[in-house]
Design a protein around this ligand. Structure first.
Ligand SMILES: *[C@@H]1O[C@H](CO)[C@@H](O)[C@H](O)[C@H]1NC(C)=O
Ligand SMILES: *[C@@H]1O[C@H](CO)[C@@H](O)[C@H](O)[C@H]1NC(C)=O
Ligand SMILES: *[C@@H]1O[C@H](CO)[C@@H](O)[C@H](O)[C@H]1NC(C)=O
Ligand SMILES: *[C@@H]1O[C@H](CO)[C@@H](O)[C@H](O)[C@H]1NC(C)=O
Length: 352
């Protein structure tokens, strides 16, 4: 009994190993490089079986045998078959636009864009297809068009070049004019923009300014109580010792306001009682400045003493609208010094 069981087990073992042996001699469905395609779905192949190879869609076979054979040892023969991606033709250049692509092989993409002022008509992207053609033809970049420029009321338009029909291309420029007495408000030049719109159209208006205001301590050339026309001018002047600062005349501007008025600036008194001054290149005693008055913006110098070096020097100061600062180094002499020792004043001793 025991003997028979042993025999049975031995028989089972022999049977099993023989099956395994047979398995060793078939070829399994091979795993091949990407892009290589195998026909069918068969998983086991007997020795001698031939397996034709092809390239996947979009790839072209290059060099190497197109089939492999299952050998007696259960191994496939080697193949050096290479499948390289198909190439689409180089795209035609795009006029008035740009193309962007990295490659022209299967599955590569091209992007198209148009220059400013051009609109893309067609596909903005094309992909290289499996059959080596682009998925879309090269698009076109057509110039943006504006309609005719709107004509301002009471005005006219002058095109810089001849216009055909009712449309103008991007970049066309025009000049606007107003019929007198209308005045152009806004920009006189216009352009068809990249978005197909015209730049802002100016307006033609009648411009008047109210009667100009007077200025303090001054007068104006016209006292007419009327509206003044665009570009009309009025002059100003100052009374007596007042000096005009700013523009001598104002002009009626586009916005109906006058240009900035000038103003009258006052004279200054030289605020010292005793001493000499330097005024308009002349050295004179203050009592001889008659009247004691210098005009706005004029310069006058007083004399100071350099104690260390025992010499005198002139220090200039300027009249600004009625105000004149006496330099701090100036010292007014006592009456005694002024009358008896005038020779020792800073203006009289040796100059530094
Ligand atoms: C094309 O455009 C797409 C989407 O904007 C972008 O992802 C891609 O990188 C572009 N390709 C090239 C080659 O410029
Ligand atoms: C290439 O493939 C595309 C998409 O499958 C198809 O529309 C086109 O007609 C094919 N072109 C040629 C020349 O075969
Ligand atoms: C221009 O436009 C007007 C009105 O829109 C139309 O009547 C006219 O025929 C157009 N002219 C041209 C040359 O297209
Ligand atoms: C004109 O002047 C007035 C007063 O100075 C000012 O308020 C106004 O803004 C000016 N108008 C323009 C269009 O500049």
């Amino acid at each position: 009994m025991e003997h028979r069981l042993t025999l049975f087990l031995l028989g089972a073992f022999v049977f099993f190993t023989s099956v395994t042996c047979q398995h060793d001699n078939v070829c399994f469905r091979p795993e091949l490089q990407d892009n290589i395609e195998l026909d069918g779905i068969q998983r086991y192949f007997n020795p001698g079986a031939e397996l034709p190879l092809s390239c996947k869609q979009g790839y072209t076979p290059m060099s190497g045998p197109r089939k492999i054979v299952c050998t007696a040892s259960g191994q496939w023969t080697k193949t050096k078959l290479k499948c390289i991606p198909k190439r689409c033709p180089y795209p035609d250049p795009l006029s008035n636009g740009e193309m962007y692509y990295e490659d022209t092989t299967y599955q590569s993409a091209i992007n198209y864009t148009c220059h400013e002022g051009y609109v893309l008509t067609g596909a903005s992207t094309a992909v290289c297809q499996a059959n080596g053609t682009w998925s879309a033809t090269v698009p076109e970049c057509l110039p943006v068009a504006c309609g005719l420029a709107p004509i301002p009321e009471f005005g006219m338009i002058i095109y810089d070049r001849k216009i055909r029909g009712n449309s103008t291309d991007y970049g066309v420029t025009v000049t606007y004019r107003c019929l007198p007495p209308y005045v152009l408000i806004g920009k006189a030049r216009g352009e068809c923009k990249a978005d197909g719109e015209w730049t802002e159209v100016p307006k033609c208006r009648v411009v008047t300014c109210p009667p100009p205001e007077n200025i303090d301590r001054g007068y104006k050339s016209s006292n007419d109580d009327r509206e003044y026309d665009y570009k009309e001018t009025v002059k100003y002047g100052c009374h007596g010792d007042y000096v005009l600062e700013g523009s001598l005349q104002v002009v009626c501007q586009q916005n109906g306001n006058w240009s900035e008025k000038p103003s009258c600036k006052g004279p200054c008194r030289v605020g010292i009682d005793k001493g000499r001054i330097l005024y308009k290149g002349r050295k004179l005693w203050i009592k001889d400045l008659k009247p004691n008055r210098i005009l706005h913006k004029e310069l006058v110098s007083v004399y100071c003493k350099d104690e260390a070096r025992n010499c005198g020097y002139a220090v200039p100061t300027q009249c600004i609208d009625g105000k004149l600062k006496i330099p701090q180094c100036f010292e007014e002499p006592s009456s005694l010094d002024y009358t008896l020792h005038s020779g020792s004043l800073p203006s009289e001793i040796e100059q530094c």
